[in-house]
Design a protein around this ligand. Structure first.
Ligand code: AMP
Length: 250
């Protein structure tokens, strides 16, 4: 069984986002970009399935800028993915268009399982996996904290309010990863060197005949309100007094 893992190149989670002066979006010039953390978990899970013998090949795909070839797609292959597909575009592609492109990739690659991150940390959409499942007509197990393949089915344990839910899906299926699914391995330097010779296929959005034009218009992006400085109080009585003043204690 082939496993397809879509990965997104996002602003590194350690970088404090700066909003562009004209308020049209986050400034991505000269900042560190990395693989979306939930997608690292997706690759780790796919590689573990291959190591256990449940998968035969792990293919990663990204829709994004050319630079992805030498960072996120290289990291993905160094972590254990067998080959990579870059669908190159300099435009921002919304989740619906990403899902349509991934549907086209799935038609070509015929994976038995597609593992995505539950959300990309830049836009926090949490939409692509669900939309892809709908477009393909496949079952989906979202927010997975455990994945177990048994024959032509996959058991997915999901983190839901107040506990864990286990669903049993027929393959091919869609899984989206939650934080506790696994701890991704590091891409070591020797593996990064070796990954350079693993195959990479370069495509464009036009190759798939998908209309990736935006459907949404961003009206404005603003930075969160600055926190005002706190006040030190001498003791508990002073604290309760302050809280009463603010109307948060009776
Ligand atoms: P989102 O719906 O944008 O929060 O993204 C959820 C997941 O969809 C991500 O964790 C990735 O697995 C996948 N994804 C989103 N955007 C892209 C992209 N541009 N290229 C490849 N995969 C993507």
């Amino acid at each position: 069984m082939k496993v397809l893992v879509p990965v997104k190149r996002v602003l590194d989670y350690n970088v404090k986002p700066r909003v562009k002066a004209d308020g049209t979006g986050v400034d991505l010039s000269n900042v560190k970009m990395s693989m979306n953390p939930f997608d690292e978990i997706a690759i780790e899970e796919a590689v573990r399935l291959k190591e256990k013998g449940a998968a035969t090949e792990v293919v990663v795909v990204t829709i994004g800028v050319a630079k992805a070839e030498s960072d996120v797609l290289l990291t993905a292959r160094a972590m254990g993915a067998d080959r990579a597909i870059l669908i190159q575009t300099d435009e921002e592609v919304e989740p619906l268009a990403v899902a349509k492109l991934l549907k086209a990739v799935a038609a070509e690659e015929q994976p038995g399982l597609i593992i995505l991150g539950k959300q990309a940390i830049d836009d926090d959409s949490n939409q692509t996996g669900q939309m892809l499942a709908a477009l393909l007509g496949w079952a989906q197990g979202t927010f997975a904290s455990a994945v177990e393949i048994a024959g032509d089915r996959v058991k997915v344990t999901r983190e839901v309010d107040g506990g864990l839910e286990t669903v049993d899906l027929k393959l091919p299926a869609i899984v989206t990863t939650d934080l506790r699914l696994n701890e991704p391995r590091y891409a070591t330097l020797p593996n990064i060197m070796k990954a350079k010779s693993k195959p990479l296929l370069k495509k464009t959005v036009a190759d798939y005949g998908v209309d990736a034009s935006p459907r949404l218009k961003t009206l404005k992006v603003v930075e969160p309100a600055k926190r005002t400085a706190g006040v030190k109080v001498a003791d508990v009585d002073a604290l309760v007094g302050k809280l009463k003043e603010l109307g948060v204690a009776a």
